[in-house]
Write a protein that binds this ligand. Structure first.
Ligand code: CP
Ligand code: NVA
Length: 322
């Protein structure tokens, strides 16, 4: 909860977002800040950084879509840091009855220290951030999933070292929210990223352009070409949340985009497999890959916890000593 003027004037929708206050988009942060979050996540994981660093602080979590990892890692993370999280689902709050984003953001800002939002339109998270006076965390939108890719980067760093510039990453499948966040990470951190997406399922064009310009990211059609020599091979479901009525069309479009043993054989010998989960074995990934020796999906899922703790700590800041 931030203190402010007793009668704060209503803010116009065009008010610019405060730089660096929120965690909405990896592209909003420079390499130094992203590395600092990753370093803190590693220190939290090792126990080097511990204690009730967010004692007395509260996180509100708004979910308009289902979640296991994002919700539980944020809630457990707040508990572990001595704070508290409140789950707010659409159906049992006034959000489901149409209360505006602006009013919700303003009210919650008077109770809590940060707000995590998972929703459909990315614009809604931006609106929360504009209207809130506390930090807002993007817990996934149709466009981006920044917390996920930070956990993926931590997993890659554990395997290949903290200097990520030499990393070669291959994304296979849908140019979706996770793919867009990989592109933003590449643009900021400068590692090599090759995506293989079927035509019609490309990533966001502006995000792709920036990653092409800043990191030489490549969009290909052939998964075998994208995977050649990769340290990290990663994919995601063919139909994301909200695309349930496209499942049949997507299954047809993504035939040939399954990460199987033959594809993994083309990666670097040390190459690992990542998937944000939940996964559909036999669709975007063969069971032998996701359950095999090169898979790091459960380390990756665990790293969601360490990353969200580091992000919340970085945004809210440690509690003052009593
Ligand atoms: N990877 C991920 O965001 O999982 P949830 O949908 O379970 O939060
Ligand atoms: N692309 C997936 C990620 C789920 C964590 C979705 O948006 O449903």
């Amino acid at each position: 909860m931030r203190s402010g003027p007793a009668l704060a004037p209503a803010s116009p929708a065009s008010r610019p977002l405060p730089v660096g206050r929120d965690f909405l988009d990896l592209a909003d942060h420079d390499a130094h800040r992203l590395r600092a979050f990753l370093t803190d996540a590693a220190r939290l994981k090792s126990g080097e950084l511990s204690g009730p660093l967010l004692a007395g602080r509260t996180l509100a979590m708004i979910f308009r879509k289902s979640s296991t990892r994002t919700r539980v890692s944020a809630e457990a993370g707040m508990t572990q840091l001595g704070g508290h999280a409140i789950m707010i689902s659409e159906q049992d709050s006034q959000i489901g009855r149409g209360e505006s984003v602006a009013d919700t953001a303003k009210v919650l800002s008077r109770y809590v220290d940060a707000i995590l939002v998972r929703t459909f339109a990315h614009e809604e998270v931006l609106e929360f951030a504009r209207e809130a006076s506390v930090p807002v965390v993007n817990g996934l939108t149709d466009l981006l999933h920044p917390c996920q890719v930070m956990a993926d980067l931590l997993t890659a760093a554990e395997e290949f070292g903290p200097v990520l510039e030499g990393l070669r990453v291959a994304w296979i499948g849908d140019g979706n929210n996770v793919a867009n966040s990989w592109l933003n990470a590449a643009a900021r951190l400068g590692f090599s990223l090759r995506l293989a997406c079927p035509e019609g399922y490309d990533p966001d064009p502006a995000i792709l352009d920036r990653a092409r310009r800043d990191a030489g990211a490549q969009l290909l059609r052939d998964p075998a070409e994208a995977v050649a020599g990769a340290h990290v091979v990663t994919t995601d479901v063919w139909a994301s949340m909200g695309q349930e009525d496209e499942v049949a069309a997507r299954e047809a479009a993504f035939a040939g985009y399954c990460v199987d043993d033959a594809l993994m054989a083309r990666a670097d010998r040390s190459g690992i497999f990542l998937h944000c989960l939940p996964a559909h074995r036999g669709e975007e990934v063969a069971a032998s890959v996701i359950d095999g020796p090169r898979s790091r999906v459960f380390e990756e899922a665990e790293n969601r916890l360490h990353v969200i703790k580091a992000v919340l700590l970085g945004l809210i800041g440690p509690s003052s000593p009593s």
